[in-house]
Design a protein. Structure first.
Length: 206
């Protein structure tokens, strides 16, 4: 992996992130240099909202009312050597089987080929965490050997006590294979923590 230049840590180093390009197939991937961190999650778990709030931008990642609309791998530049990557949402039953097969092949190619991938942030709805699809994504990340951080999104939808007990249960299930936190794009709960984890994964300000 190419050595990344270090850039000064600011209050939000992702606020200037901008879209580079989308990939429908591996040939469309951007050059595999520098450092990138990918976001993955079940459709309708709030992945796009999480990316936007962490970046401090309203529409960096497009939010759709229809789950399963993110059909491409989208690359965003933080600077010349750091990138965010938005992976297609998984687990949405109404997506045609042909599309689901394409996503599986595309995402497997992404994890197999990207040497610049240093971390993965997995988005899980706090009301329905650790689905079979989430467990498969955790295993993919383990096979890749990259750091993993889990955002339990929509924490505002649960009582404080229920959210806390879910956090403890997920931490127990993960058994130190990933870090995990509560998160809410609506109330901004956990945004600073998630931003700090992302900066650490990217070695920004190190």
């Amino acid at each position: 992996m190419a050595r990344s230049k270090q850039i000064p840590l600011m209050s939000n180093p992702f606020q200037q992130a901008k879209f580079i390009q989308s990939a429908w197939q591996p040939a469309d991937f951007v050059p595999d240099d520098g450092i990138e961190v990918a976001f993955a999650g079940r459709s309708n778990a709030g992945k796009s909202s999480a990316i936007n709030v962490i970046a401090g931008q309203r529409q960096l990642a497009r939010i759709s009312k229809t789950p399963g609309r993110t059909q491409l791998i989208n690359f965003f530049a933080v600077d010349d050597t750091h990138r965010l990557v938005d992976l297609p949402g998984y687990g949405y039953a109404k997506v045609p089987e042909k599309m689901r097969r394409h996503w599986r092949v595309l995402m497997q190619a992404y994890f197999d080929l990207r040497e610049s991938l240093s971390g993965l942030i997995i988005i899980m709805d706090v009301r329905r965490p650790m689905t079979d699809f989430d467990v498969q994504m955790l295993q993919t990340a383990a096979n890749k050997g990259c750091a993993v951080h889990v955002l339990l999104t929509k924490a505002d939808k649960l009582s404080r006590g229920k959210a806390a007990s879910t956090l403890l249960a997920v931490r127990r299930d993960l058994n130190d294979t990933a870090t995990v936190q509560l998160f809410s794009a609506h109330t901004r709960l956990g945004v600073d923590e998630a931003r700090d984890v992302l900066a650490t994964m990217m070695a920004i300000g190190a």
